[in-house]
Design a protein around this ligand. Structure first.
Ligand SMILES: *Cc1c(COP(=O)(O)O)cnc(C)c1O
Length: 402
């Protein structure tokens, strides 16, 4: 009777758009402007309007977007860039590939986002202000610390007011990793209004990897910014540092957005707001279905945050057993992410530990992502919840006989 419930459904949304996508590809074959061109410019305008920013610059991926944002914001080789270890590795790859060094602060264990108190402690206890330049210096390494990258993890905005205030005090450039947060909103008390993810910092990175809330049919990404200067630098960096063909002001990258992906993204952007609403409705339904299940921790959405639920992540001390139990009932789940970055082999021996990262470590051991996508039905969610309840009942601790 149990129907298979995938963790993610990437087939249905494209079936609904199939005719339009095919027409667009056919069109592209006729005009043959495959890289850049009017379809890319059109999408850039639409996405900037969606995010409430002056510019959006299309690039090859979310990783490109992060790396180009750092380069365009003038983060220099040898600089320290603060982020969290509880993210996808692209965040720190981009920092390293821009020549800088990742520095980690821990997350808040309820929201899984950067803990501003830990950021404050890091800046006050582990950094100093250089008297001559006013710059922030990491005491242990002597490196200038020049930027901070909060990640809006799972589609929920980080605590941007506190992070921006600390960044201003310590002269750090803020770059948002908004790769999971297309359309998420944050109420800024400082500015007295709701703001979209991607509009709250010097520059923000978005990924349009197929599984993201706005996904291409291939690789794609964008940087959003209100700065004319950063936007024009990114346009150069993504295209081999050229402002004019074959005249190179600097070395850049091959990091452009292709026209067919931009066209597909324009079609799918029209459905993003409705898709995000469906995700929020699904999250509310999970909450109703699961809130009284013991031993399970549900996502926490603070006041002033509108998550777009890229992922719906619960926590269980018996994560592995729960995942197996659900899998036996044909329910797909995921882990985002099972090992924090400071414990990855890629960084073995490379990270200066800046105090405890315990919240990241314990979250990584316990989190489980449930099926979440716009077409998820109430019936499917009931089946997921029934599976979790059955698991909890099978594990219920017997009362101790007195
Ligand atoms: C997906 C993702 C990225 C990287 O995006 P790509 O398009 O895959 O390069 C970066 N950061 C986070 C948090 C992501 O989820």
């Amino acid at each position: 009777m149990n129907q298979h419930i995938p963790f993610l459904d990437l087939v249905t949304p494209h079936r609904e758009l199939e005719e339009e996508i095919v027409a667009l590809v056919r069109d592209a074959l006729r005009h043959a402007r495959f890289i850049g061109g009017p379809m890319v410019e059109e999408f850039e305008k639409e996405f900037a309007a969606f995010c409430g920013t002056k510019h959006a610059v299309g690039v090859g991926s979310g990783t490109d977007a992060l790396r180009f944002a750092l380069l365009a914001a003038d983060i220099r080789p040898g600089d320290g860039v603060i982020t969290v270890p509880y993210t996808f590795i692209a965040t720190t790859e981009a920092i390293s590939q821009a020549g800088a060094e990742p520095l980690f602060v821990d997350i808040d264990s309820r929201t899984y986002n950067m803990n501003p108190e830990r950021l404050r402690a890091f800046l006050l206890e582990q950094c100093a202000t250089d008297r001559a330049t006013g710059r922030t210096i990491h005491r242990a390494t002597g490196r200038p610390v020049t930027a901070v990258i909060p990640v809006h993890i799972y589609g929920q905005p980080a605590e941007m007011d506190a992070i921006r205030e600390l960044a201003e005090q310590h002269r750090l450039t803020v770059i948002e990793d908004a790769c999971q947060a297309h359309g998420a909103e944050y109420y800024s008390r400082r500015d007295g209004r709701w703001q979209k993810a991607g509009s709250m910092s010097a520059a923000a990175a978005f990924s349009f990897y197929p599984g993201k809330n706005l996904g291409a049919c291939g690789e794609a990404g964008a940087v959003t910014t209100n700065s004319d200067e950063i936007a024009s630098r990114i346009r150069m960096i993504r295209d081999h540092g050229q402002a004019q063909k074959y005249y190179h002001d600097r070395e850049g990258y091959n990091g452009r957005l292709d026209a067919i992906q931009a066209g597909i993204l324009s079609l799918k952007l029209k459905k993003l707001t409705a898709g995000n609403r469906q995700r929020r409705d699904a999250a509310r339904r999970y909450h109703e279905l699961l809130r009284d299940v013991p031993e399970i921790v549900l996502p926490y959405e603070p006041e002033g945050c509108h998550s777009v639920y890229h992922l719906y992540v619960i926590r269980s001390r018996e994560r592995a057993a729960l995942q197996d139990f659900l899998s036996a009932r044909q329910i797909g789940t995921g882990m985002h992410y099972p090992l924090p970055l400071h414990l990855q082999k890629a960084y073995a021996g490379r990270m200066d530990m800046n105090g405890s990262l315990a919240a990241s470590e314990s979250a990584s051991a316990e989190i489980l992502s449930l099926p979440m996508y716009p077409g998820l039905t109430a019936g499917q969610q009931e089946q997921v919840a029934a599976g979790i309840r059955a698991f909890a009942a099978s594990r219920a601790v017997q009362p101790v006989a007195s």
